[in-house]
Design a protein around this ligand. Structure first.
Ligand SMILES: C[S@@+](CC[C@H](N)C(=O)[O-])C[C@H]1O[C@@H](n2cnc3c(N)ncnc32)[C@H](O)[C@@H]1O
Length: 519
């Protein structure tokens, strides 16, 4: 066993905490070789492999392997046609690289649980878990679609076998060429995972929804009638605020407005938008309620704030609920993994007659409680001969089926009971649908190879999806800005953010789909 590099790693980690000995006991007969609990075991039919000795959460950097670099001449003279051909790969500047540490022992899987990114600046490769990995589970990466061995334990559709000797370059970690988006050093490939990336540094472009909501002239400010009462003696303000809290009159409809307005020594309390006159306490010396016009929405700009404040003190909220939030490096890596996933899946569709559209909903980056597993769905219109089996429709349905199956019947919502309006992303317009909630994608992100068509975009809007990322724009049929932009329509009761994933030149791209086809 060529154990040299691993002996070194073992001695490094053997001095670490007592936590390590717990991990060691889980991986009894094997060495635990790093702090994340990776160990080496024999993998049936594959030689050695890297295994988890404890639970490894998703997005954990499980190994950072320094690489040894050989010039082309050195490699041709001394490395070529040796065992090294099974371990070395082409570095981006043309040199040959051998990963030290555990890096060279990750086996291949078509369903990898580990992603990797090379860091030329530090001459290393960083390996990251893509999902929760259980103890005793093998940690695998995706090498390439061109394999030179018969893979064990993988269901992928193999292309013709490639024999190392017949090709000019050692193709090992050809994987980096196929998944070429990880080859270039990008802003999200290094740095503090909490650093925020913006603008050009992001691998996608947010689509600005053109919505006429700025309300920057008085005639555009939308207003509603609300009840108010003057409190002549300021000593009653606290009493009235307390009373209001208990009165049941408070509602979200006024949450963008301040409760008290002070003008010319008179304090006025905003009560409610009820149609009937609110009944006020009789033991407090206040006037009679009266109706006034107040803004319907918070102020999105300073100009709008000044105008709205003339009617009633209004909250300044420059970011609308549906607008994209700030993205950290760690979150971009999460999205990049999702994009790599759909790209790999779409390659598999080329061997079938299906349309090459793939949709994916990963576990949410921030709040895994929203969805405890990820979903992937392909377009199945051809195999099912059903015109509605688009990838996005299929994935919404898959989520609904799974939720319906996995919730105890008494916890399932009554499909005919009206759902309350969503607190995340809804526009506060009451939801009168009577469709149950199983299918809702509230707070979730959809990644899809092609811009969803108008039908799918409407279904996604209805599902309350948080954001949609697509790779290929569909200018003739798309419903996310191509031929129409569904979430920007007036009167819709939900808006979702849209982003176009930028594919670098030469990187893997989804298979071509006729522009006239609904994706
Ligand atoms: C970088 S090495 C991986 C570590 C290797 N298993 C070892 O024992 O040193 C690549 C070699 O592992 C084997 N291998 C990797 N993934 C495999 C898989 N899914 N099925 C069968 N063999 C695999 C192949 O022989 C390949 O040439």
């Amino acid at each position: 066993m060529a154990a040299l590099p691993f002996t070194a790693t073992t001695s490094n980690t053997s001095t670490s905490s007592g936590e390590l000995s717990t991990k060691n006991s889980l991986c009894r007969s094997d060495w635990v070789l790093n702090r994340e609990g990776c160990c080496i075991k024999t993998a049936e039919g594959k030689g050695r492999g890297v295994y988890a000795s404890c639970i490894i959460p998703p997005h954990t950097v499980i190994e950072v392997s320094p690489v040894l670099l050989f010039t082309r001449i050195e490699y041709e003279g001394y490395g070529r046609h040796t065992i090294l051909d099974h371990y070395t790969f082409k570095w981006r500047d043309g040199r040959m690289a051998l990963a030290l540490g555990l890096g060279s022992l990750f086996n291949h899987s078509s369903h990898p649980n580990v992603s990797y990114a090379i860091d030329p600046a530090h001459e290393c490769i960083r390996y990251t878990s893509t999902r929760t990995v259980n103890p005793e589970e093998e940690l695998c990466i995706f090498y390439s679609h061109k394999l030179w061995f018969d893979p064990v334990g993988t269901t992928e559709n193999l292309g013709p076998q490639v024999c190392l000797d017949q090709i000019e370059q050692p193709e090992f970690l050809d994987i980096l060429a196929v998944d070429s988006e990880v080859v270039e050093v990008e802003p999200w490939d290094s740095g503090d995972p909490n650093d925020i990336l913006e603008g050009e540094a992001l691998p996608f472009i947010w689509k600005k929804l053109q919505i006429d909501e700025e309300e920057e002239s008085m005639k555009d400010v939308r207003t509603m009638q609300a009840w108010a009462v003057d409190i002549l003696d300021s000593k009653y303000i606290a009493t009235m605020l307390k009373w209001l809290k208990q009165s049941g009159l408070e509602s979200d409809t006024l949450s963008h407005l301040k409760r008290i307005r002070k003008r010319d020594c008179i304090s006025t309390l905003l009560l409610s938008v009820s149609s009937s006159v609110p009944l006020l306490p009789t033991n407090v010396d206040i006037g009679d309620p009266y109706q006034i016009s107040v803004p319907c929405n918070p102020a999105l700009t300073q100009t709008s704030l000044v105008l709205k404040n003339t009617l009633w003190p209004t909250v300044f909220a420059p970011r609308r609920k549906w607008e994209p939030e700030k993205w950290s490096i760690a979150k971009v890596q999460w999205a990049r993994d999702a994009i790599s996933h759909i790209l790999r899946k779409t390659v598999q569709t080329t061997s079938s007659d299906e349309l090459p559209v793939v949709a994916h909903i990963p576990k949410p980056f921030e709040d895994e409680a929203l969805l405890s597993r990820s979903f992937t769905a392909k377009d199945t219109r051809i195999s099912t001969r059903h015109p509605l089996r688009h990838a996005a429709m299929n994935i919404i349905r898959n989520v609904a089926d799974w939720r319906a199956k996995s919730s105890p019947p008494d916890l399932l919502p009554d499909p005919l009971k009206p759902v309350a309006s969503s607190s995340d992303g809804s526009l506060g317009i009451s939801d009168t649908s009577c469709n149950g909630t199983n299918y809702l994608l509230t707070g979730l992100t959809l990644f899809i190879t092609h811009e969803p068509c108008i039908m799918c975009s409407m279904a996604l809007l209805h599902s309350r999806v948080k954001e949609v990322f697509y790779i290929v724009p569909m200018p003739q049929t798309g419903g996310c800005g191509g031929s129409a932009c569904l979430p920007a329509l007036k009167g819709v009761n939900h808006r979702f953010s849209i982003a176009h994933w930028r594919q670098r030149e030469g990187s893997a791209a989804p298979a071509h789909l006729d522009e006239r086809i609904d994706a």
